[in-house]
Design a protein around this ligand. Sequence first.
Ligand SMILES: NC(=O)c1ccc[n+]([C@@H]2O[C@H](COP(=O)([O-])OP(=O)(O)OC[C@H]3O[C@@H](n4cnc5c(N)ncnc54)[C@H](O)[C@@H]3O)[C@@H](O)[C@H]2O)c1
Length: 363
Amino acid sequence: MTTSLLRAGIVGLGIGGEHARGFVRSPHTELVALCDSDPNRLAQRAAEYGVPPELCFTDYKTMLAEAKLDVVSICLPNALHAESTIAALEGGAHVICEKPLAPSLFEARDMQRAAEINHRRLMVAYNHRYRADVLWIRRMIAEGRLGKIYNAYAWWRRETGIPGSGWFSQKHMAGGGALIDLGVHMLDMTLWLLGFPRVQTVSGHVTSYFGGRGLKVWGSPRWVNDASAEAFSVDDGAVGFLRCEGDLAINLHASWAEHRQPREDIIRLELSGTEGTAVLNVVNYVRDGTLHFYSEMAGEAVTVTPSLRWNGIYGHEALIVESMAALVNNQPAPADVTHGVIGVQVLEALYASSQSKREVVLS
Ligand SMILES: NC(=O)c1ccc[n+]([C@@H]2O[C@H](COP(=O)([O-])OP(=O)(O)OC[C@H]3O[C@@H](n4cnc5c(N)ncnc54)[C@H](O)[C@@H]3O)[C@@H](O)[C@H]2O)c1
């Protein structure tokens, strides 16, 4: 058990701001250093979190060399995850890396190896596990109320959610589009809730009918830059079918753009079990009324609509607080590197299947 506070640093200060809140909230860490190649963003976050100029860096290698960090969050564009994570691990820090762990399985395995060789932990920022409604489904499964789960539908679908032509929509920087960005969360949420059954085969079909035409670009200026739609080189929609051990099928659907209700953004998970079906339906990030549980009682169909209290901490804040507690108490990390590697492996196989138009068997 460590007694002094772990010194934390963050590289990349977009979603990295959420990591900052987690490190501030955790009783085991102090947020001491920040890095972003954009000096304006760096200055803004430094002011927000009271980080002094001598611990603010535009180059992460300098930060790793000078700031004596115990833990580093990597919140850079996907293509930079492997190099920066491995540098941090070799520098002696534990790492929380944003999702997807890497754009390719090759890089993900390199990162895993670096963690093993350097005896450091590598964790993945799967923050969507930490919603009160998702955690409720997890408890329902643990109590056996769904029985044997045989089918899962996992969606994240947006009507207008294309990240413009910034790095998210460029294959060499992101590795993929809607599937790698949104699909990875739904895949992880499903596999995690189901106890990580082994995925045996996958079939994928990815499409790109909007981004290349400059359509359905996310409304906030942060997501738009002045590059043209021609720079768009990733999928803006994807479906997948996964066969898993234990007679389980998972249907995955991720889209940044499609014709549906204006601005609609739906996270939906249906888990069908022999004793009950749990449905999570989050429309436009609402918290209330997202859950239904269907079963039978005394010979009649019943519908349960739980009212959750949402009185804890959630999302990145909860993920980081729990990850840091696990680290100092020598407990398994809640979202370990192996979960990151599995996600990348399945996504890569879905892209390969789409390209070959064949089912892919996972080794
Ligand atoms: N878990 C989630 O829900 C979630 C949400 C959003 C993004 N993400 C992930 O987080 C990562 C970052 O996404 P984002 O939305 O914050 O992107 P972003 O573009 O908003 O932020 C990335 C930041 O990194 C900085 N940067 C780029 N190259 C750098 C370098 N070499 N050195 C230092 N700084 C550099 C940029 O200036 C920028 O401020 C991605 O992997 C993305 O998939 C996860």
